[in-house]
Design a protein around this ligand. Structure first.
Ligand code: SAM
Length: 236
């Protein structure tokens, strides 16, 4: 993968406001026209991660009235179904283009539906998030940051969560590292940003450092998409 220059965060923001926005809006959308095989495969894998995250969250009880922060919300793939479940959702993203698209999709899907709270969408990077939420979720964002930065992000997300933190990330295993080196993963224009895999043990250590432990785990993989899902809770 190539790097454009500048810091990782600036590169990521720029990417998700421009070519990355076009690419990911397409991947996370419903249309099939102009969507290639790889993108359709990633759509499928990501949809499974979202579905598994929702199942994990609902397993802890109904979401109605539960405050949830969706950090790095993208086009709202998680925020919108959570709001449909009655959760009080705060959804944020570093990319203004993503936030605008998420708000547009939410408008279309749930605006004016009685009994639901429209998500609070904000352009904000997750390091700048404040407040306390019952639940914090951060799906497929850590892939844009190396482990040393990911560790600080995990600590910060945990500090915002009262009861649980749900994270997904691309696991660093021998097998996936090998495929990545071969260039088999992250094909196409996503190569404009670096993609970082994270060892599950490193993610767990980052959580343990701030007094959290992993309670449940899940894993999704398709041909071009793979993500580990963990639910962490404070150590009692
Ligand atoms: N979480 C969404 C989902 O699963 O549908 C979007 C995943 S997308 C691969 C990654 C998202 O993370 C992009 O929308 C990007 O703008 C956002 N992002 C990257 N770095 C971020 C940061 N530091 N703070 C907030 N959002 C960030």
């Amino acid at each position: 993968a190539q790097e454009i220059g500048g810091t990782d965060k600036e590169v990521v923001r720029e990417y998700f406001n421009t070519t990355g926005f076009d690419r990911w809006k397409k991947i996370y959308g419903d249309a099939t026209e102009g969507v290639n095989k790889v993108q359709l495969d990633i759509r499928l894998g990501h949809a499974k991660t979202v579905e598994n995250a929702i199942l994990m969250l609902k397993d802890g009880g109904p979401l109605s009235g539960v405050s949830v922060c969706d950090a790095g919300c993208g086009t709202g793939s998680l925020a919108i179904p959570l709001a449909r479940e009655g959760a009080i959702v705060s959804a944020n993203d570093i990319s203004a283009a993503m936030v605008a698209e998420a708000r547009r999709q939410a408008d279309e899907a749930i605006s004016g539906v009685e009994g639901l709270t429209f998500p609070k969408f904000e352009v904000r990077d997750l390091e700048g998030l404040e407040g306390k939420y019952h639940t914090v979720v951060c799906l497929d964002v850590l892939i844009h940051y190396p482990q040393e930065k990911a560790e600080g992000m995990i600590a910060h997300l945990a500090s915002l969560a009262e009861e649980r933190l749900v994270l997904s990330f691309a696991p660093k295993t021998l097998y996936y590292s090998f495929l990545k080196r071969l260039g088999e993963l992250f094909p196409g224009p996503s190569k404009a940003t670096r993609a970082y895999l994270h060892a599950e043990s490193d993610v767990e250590r980052a959580l343990e450092k701030v007094g959290w432990r992993v309670r449940r785990r899940g894993f999704t993989s398709t041909q071009f998409y793979f993500a580990k899902l963990v639910e962490a809770v404070p150590v009692a």
